[in-house]
Design a protein around this ligand. Sequence first.
Ligand code: PMP
Length: 398
Amino acid sequence: MFENVKAIPGDALLALMMEFKKDPTPAKIDLGVGVYKDDAGLTPILPAVKKAEALILENEQSKGYIGPAGAPELAPLLQSLMLGDQHNLIREKRIATTQTPGGTGALRVAGDLINALNPNAKIWVSDPTWSNHFHVFAGAGIEVRTYPYYDAQQNALAFENMLAAIHEIPSGDVILLHASCHNPTGIDPTLEQWQQISDLVAERALLPLIDCAYQGFGDGLEEDVQGLKLILEKSPEALITTSCSKNFGLYNERIGALSVVAAEPEHCNNVFSQACNCIRANYSNPPAHGAAIVTTILSDQALRQQWETELSEMRTRIHRMRTELVKNLSALSDERDFSFIAAQKGMFSYSGLSRDEVKYLKDKYAIYAVDSGRINIAGINDGNLGRLSQAIAEAIDR
Ligand code: PMP
């Protein structure tokens, strides 16, 4: 069976990261990989997480399976983190949440669920989107199509084209929207734009799948779910995938969730049972440790407060680096206006740098970014900002 198998080319981003690791240049800069880094260039374990882990170590009684839907205490905590305690979907029991291995696990279970419920439904993702969306949904057997999102001339949202394309999506298809901190562009719709998107999605009777991977990384925990809430106001049914990788810094614990929203509690229970069935056929049970950390933090007032402060420190640092980069670039070169970078949200930025400029930065300065010009703003710190700004100015002024 194996003798004629061809190797699949590895993921371009992982290859870039390997190259970065091997690069001996002491002042090399990594703007590629999508993890938060602090001012020392490290991806820290949040002190609130460390405290929660100490409590878990002391109190944990068993390593028994936690069941396909995961820790029962986690679901209501994640729902109220996203929607607030008093949200009508929670009161009306029209939302059900299952723990999953990371946001990716949630997306895959969502894909399997869509395929089980309506194998003819296509899923529409933004152009561009996080590249793994294509793999995950293709893996679940769903046809993936794109709608316009990015206006390269203006470095902005291609809003009119986006609306026109959504207008043509057949009713019953699924539309994936990023709740905030769009990956890879960093460009989010404004609230007025979300209003129009949510009206249109409901009018077209599309099933919204909202990928919420960066709550708290944009403008704040509440601010980052305003668009998501508008969608839920207008559409009676939805799927929401949550990742706790970024906002809790729990990348390798694989903790996320899938929420099902339905018009009636009974529909919600029925669809939830189908989601659990997909989980059983996929990985049976999610891992427990990450869920225990998130549950411990969110259910303890002091720990929760500490975590919110630590999250806001990450967010503020990213904002500051965006502003400083724009300030430096405008002082160093008149070639281009980079002010749009300061207005983008979250870790990522479509910087507008061309493939050739990205290559120049890597070859001459050991500054690593993705070919598309996407840079991870969290890779910038006070120690490398000056060198990075000089290098970018040189790359565009050549
Ligand atoms: N959705 C988006 C938009 C992402 O950027 C990511 C992570 N890069 C994920 C989902 C998946 O996150 P996780 O690591 O929790 O699987």
